[in-house]
Design a protein around this ligand. Structure first.
Ligand code: ADP
Ligand code: ZN
Length: 217
């Protein structure tokens, strides 16, 4: 049975970590708009050029760019057949409505929207200590999850660095953007009966356990 879920929650709530845990158990497409965007920035594509200044300042990339990207990715066979975890999308009401239309076109439905709940202080603490592998995207933390060798990825040996937008001033801005633009989606999915809350301060497999408990996986 394919799993089709949306992960909601502020930056640093652990969406990427939880998605990776679900993926260990089920072969679903992990679709992270942040990762797709960073990949485009690195390759210097048109999308990357359009997105970079928004990302660097912690603002949202315009909806039409994001929706176009998701339309392409979600239509791939692995996602339509095997299921998907949307990580960092939707982030605005317009994006959520576009997702509903797209799923309609594909004759698919969402199983759940999981809200990872975590305090602002914890977000700042986590993100300022977060480091990521430039090559494979593996996530580390200076306090909670160090690399074996300093600056090198345990999984692939790639360079492990701090994202430009994980600096405190930008983190505060991302939190504000989350509150204004993304948090209305909590009510949006609540109305559809799809919202489930997960304690983001808990261990990395809380989302997976919740999906198991509601019979989605
Ligand atoms: P996090 O969840 O840690 O904030 P992401 O990696 O999901 O970070 O996103 C990084 C940046 O990419 C965001 O701050 C934003 O500029 C852009 N971005 C990612 N997903 C979206 C989206 N769905 N809509 C608009 N902008 C997005
Ligand atoms: Zn790596």
């Amino acid at each position: 049975m394919p799993v089709r879920v949306v992960l909601l929650g502020p930056p640093g709530a652990g969406k990427g970590t939880q998605a990776a845990k679900i993926k260990e158990k089920r072969d679903v497409a992990h679709i992270s708009t942040g990762d797709i965007l960073r990949d485009n920035v690195e390759k210097g594509t048109e999308i990357g050029l359009a997105a970079k200044s928004f990302m660097d300042s912690g603002r949202l990339v315009p909806d039409d760019v994001i929706i176009g990207m998701i339309r392409v990715r979600l239509s791939c066979d692995d996602a339509t057949e095997g299921g998907f975890i949307l990580d960092g999308f939707p982030r605005t009401t317009a994006q959520a409505e576009a997702l509903d239309r797209l799923l309609d076109e594909l004759s698919l439905h969402l199983d759940a929207a999981l809200l990872l709940e975590i305090s602002d202080d914890e977000v700042v603490r986590r993100l300022s200590n977060r480091r990521v592998c430039q090559s494979c995207g593996a996530i580390y933390n200076l306090v909670a999850r160090q690399t074996k060798e300093e600056g090198a990825c345990d999984a692939c040996g790639g360079r492990v660095v701090q994202r430009d937008d994980d600096k405190e001033a930008v983190i505060r801005n991302r939190l504000m953007v989350y509150r204004e633009r993304t948090s209305p989606l909590i009510a949006y999915y609540e109305r559809k009966g799809l919202l489930f809350r997960v304690d983001g301060a808990k261990s990395g497999n809380a989302a997976m356990l919740l999906l198991e408990s509601i019979g989605v996986m």
